[in-house]
Design a protein around this ligand. Structure first.
Ligand code: SAM
Ligand code: DTB
Ligand code: SF4
Length: 316
């Protein structure tokens, strides 16, 4: 087992460290074989329950363990969510993702409300994604029955670096939720964050873990840390742009059919870097003025950027 795993890691490292022209050429070839190279899926996020999360994720504005200035908000109403989803659709988004600052889902009226939201967003003929923390198998089945397309649950980093970032849950906890999600027939959205002080090797080990999942994720968000004042990672140095491009290209090559999403951190990136990420195989971005709690590029700028690149929002 361990030799197979280390062989995989060796292969991933070889892909990642090859000369950039070769890496990009291979990523583009794979990308074009499986996707329309002009289409970028636009996804919009909605924070349905904000702040006061009991987990201690070192990057997160919403953890009670951190000192970020954030106005907490209890679970919002379904009507509010639906009007945001309609607006997102009108702005070209085909996927709507609802995020809650929960450690785990608890059965009861709040979960019933989320199921109703899922049902109503699905009726808009958009892909519906949720990220609500840990799930049990019966909860995953109920989300599936309500019409959920995908569940986002990130592994964030390598198994060995994980404990430096989060101590209130384990890597194994995350893997169990991911298993419950795929066993319920829901598509898995699972990725990580760059820029938390991890090494390149940690990033490649995250890809190795994702590669070992069965099935492999259909959606892989690549987030760059958005440093939030009041969190332990507020002063973390920004990610080297070429390292980001290499990671995206490697992800594209390893997961040819997956949607690779250039997720958090675009506000801190130049347009040239974003363009290079799209050329390296990223085929989705989050649009809208805020992600969950942190700012995101102006949607008009995103629209103009795609236009200047000769790229178009993906239609379902
Ligand atoms: N509480 C749920 C959970 O953690 O699974 C769902 C919401 S949580 C905000 C969703 C994901 O956002 C996290 O797994 C993490 O990867 C990402 N994230 C959170 N804060 C971030 C930040 N400051 N910069 C980049 N990504 C971040
Ligand atoms: C993911 O991997 N990135 C999105 C989505 N999944 C939920 C969220 C990024 C959150 C960035 C920090 C914030 O806005 O609070
Ligand atoms: Fe809570 Fe999710 Fe933020 Fe961690 S990332 S503190 S689980 S909201």
């Amino acid at each position: 087992m361990s030799t197979t795993l280390s062989k995989t890691l060796d292969r991933i490292a070889q892909i990642y460290h090859q000369p950039l022209p070769d890496l990009l050429f291979e990523a583009q070839r794979v990308h074009r074989e499986h996707h329309d190279p002009h289409a970028v899926q636009l996804c919009t996020l909605c924070s349905i329950k904000t702040g006061l999360c009991p987990e201690d994720c070192a990057y997160c504005a919403q953890s009670v363990h951190n000192q970020a200035t954030l106005e907490p908000e209890p679970l919002i109403n379904a009507d509010e969510v639906i009007s945001q989803a309609k607006a997102a659709k009108a702005n070209g988004a085909t996927r709507f993702c609802m995020g809650a600052a929960w450690r785990e889902v608890k059965d009861g009226p709040q979960f019933e409300r989320v199921l109703d939201m899922v049902h109503q967003v699905a009726a808009l003929e958009m892909e519906v994604c949720c990220t609500l923390g840990m799930l049990q198998p019966h909860q995953a089945q109920r989300l599936k029955a309500a019409g959920l397309t995908a569940y986002n649950h990130n592994l964030d980093t390598s198994p060995s670096y994980y404990g430096q970032v989060i101590t209130t849950r384990t890597y194994q906890d995350r893997l169990e939720t991911i298993r419950a999600v795929s066993e319920a027939g829901i598509s898995v959205c699972c990725g990580g964050i760059l820029g938390m002080g991890e090494s390149i090797q940690d990033r490649l080990e995250l890809l190795e873990t994702l590669y070992g999942l069965e099935p492999t994720p259909e959606s892989i968000p690549v987030n760059c840390l958005v440093p939030v004042v009041g969190t332990p990672l507020q002063d973390a140095p920004s990610v080297d742009p070429i390292d980001l491009v290499r990671l995206i290209a490697t992800t594209r090559i390893l997961f040819p059919k997956a949607m690779v999403r250039l997720s958090a951190g675009r506000l801190q990136m130049s347009e040239e870097l974003q363009a290079l990420c799209l050329l390296a195989g990223a085929n989705s971005i989050f649009t809208g003025p805020v992600l969950l709690t942190t700012p995101n590029p102006d949607p008009n700028h995103d629209e103009k950027l795609l236009e200047r690149l000769g790229m178009v929002p993906k239609v379902l």
